[in-house]
Design a binder for this molecule. Structure first.
Ligand SMILES: NC(=O)c1ccc[n+]([C@@H]2O[C@H](COP(=O)([O-])OP(=O)(O)OC[C@H]3O[C@@H](n4cnc5c(N)ncnc54)[C@H](O)[C@@H]3O)[C@@H](O)[C@H]2O)c1
Length: 347
């Protein structure tokens, strides 16, 4: 008989319901704790989601011997400190993206998980989107031929209140950036997942519309390479469009254009008869298998959480490892470094 497992949510804000949903959808797992340093938030979240225990102090959870794992769903700056504390207490940890705001912290997290024999995973839910998996497979099998370039963009709209009402968003200390490290992160990570390791060539940031409320970037434009393939990237949180991603992968034998919106959609494809056959199969599969979504974050938190739980119970490595997440963080921080250098050069 399977051992019952108990999970905690640390940080009961916007993304926390996706974590409750994911763990709730699995047999043998319960969400036992709702923890938020703002006590009314913790109690309201526990009541709304029927979670039996709440706390305003995350240290308290470390002493619960029945607790198997925790989701760290707080601001970016605290990810490393909290993840390490839970790992050292013997808990498995699922931490939201980005892994940390400093490369040294990310490495410490990976080392701590290894030293304590615990699973550490960084949320990268779009790696689990069936459409992303399909495109990745087509690229790896050579159905697009040699890749010529990738173009990726995110247009999103965040009102001033999104930043003004938050203790961390739009601050360099709490968020570490904005359009890229928070919203654009998914596009960057997906390109890396499909096309390979990223090197930054150039980056420019700007902030105009939200300049009164954020000290971070609202727009970033960049040129990178993914395993040598040129990648152009444009991300913004100040457009008139609520949320629209586009990824175009162009190869010598075929090309695909798709998005990470919910549900992920393939907009364009051209290539061989085999690629057309694969696209038809993918479209038929998505039409029957896609469960209802949760906002524009998509549905794949469920899939990553299922992978996390499987890894905890069986020891099987996850599809998306924490060690690998360091590479995406390095690309994010590299883009910010290039943008800062480019701004300094024109001053
Ligand atoms: N994967 C995705 O698609 C996705 C979507 C949204 C947010 N996120 C990520 O999730 C994380 C949280 O984002 P959010 O939008 O839910 O933030 P939020 O501000 O809505 O919620 C954060 C909560 O954490 C609480 N908190 C802060 N410090 C704490 C501490 N030390 N102990 C306990 N509680 C604490 C705050 O009181 C707040 O309620 C961020 O890393 C963000 O980038 C990921």
């Amino acid at each position: 008989m399977a051992i019952p497992r108990s999970h905690a949510i640390v940080g009961c804000g916007r993304v926390a319901p996706n974590h409750v949903d994911g763990f709730r959808s699995l047999p043998d797992w319960t969400v036992a704790w709702a923890c938020d340093r703002d006590q009314p938030t913790a109690t309201a979240f526990a009541a709304e989601h029927g979670i039996p225990r709440w706390s305003a102090a995350w240290h308290e959870l470390l002493d619960d011997p029945a607790l198997t794992s925790a989701s760290i769903t707080v601001d970016h700056r605290q990810h490393a400190e909290l993840a390490i504390a839970f790992l050292e207490a013997g808990k498995h940890v699922l931490v939201e993206k980005p892994m940390a705001t400093q490369p040294a912290d990310a490495q410490r997290m990976v080392d701590c998980a290894a030293a304590n024999g615990r699973v550490l995973s960084v949320v990268a839910q779009h790696r689990y989107d069936p459409l992303v998996s399909a495109v990745r497979g087509w690229v790896r099998e050579g159905l697009l031929g040699d890749l010529l370039y990738v173009a990726v963009s995110l247009q999103s709209s965040r009102p001033e209140s999104y930043y003004a009402d938050s203790y961390w968003r739009g601050t360099l200390d709490g968020e570490g950036g904005s359009a890229l490290i928070n919203q654009g992160y998914h596009c960057l990570d997906t390109v890396r997942w499909i096309c390979g390791d990223l090197a930054v060539r150039a980056a420019v940031t700007s902030t105009k519309v939200l300049a009164d409320v954020i000290e971070t970037e609202e727009t970033l434009s960049a040129l990178l390479t993914a395993d040598g393939v040129p990648v152009t990237m444009n991300v913004t949180v100040a457009s008139s469009v609520d949320w629209r991603t586009r990824l175009e992968v162009v190869g010598a034998l075929g090309s695909v254009t798709f998005d990470l919106d919910h549900p992920g959609t393939l907009h364009h494809w051209s290539g061989s008869a085999e690629l057309y056959r694969r696209v038809s199969a993918e479209q038929a599969r998505t039409a029957v298998a896609e469960p209802p979504g949760i906002d524009y974050y998509g549905i794949s938190h469920r899939r990553q959480i299922a992978d996390f739980c499987q890894s905890v119970t069986s020891g099987r490595p996850m599809l998306s490892t924490a060690r690998d997440a360091i590479g995406t963080l390095d690309a994010v921080l590299g883009l910010y470094e290039h943008a800062a250098a480019s701004a300094a050069a024109v001053r």
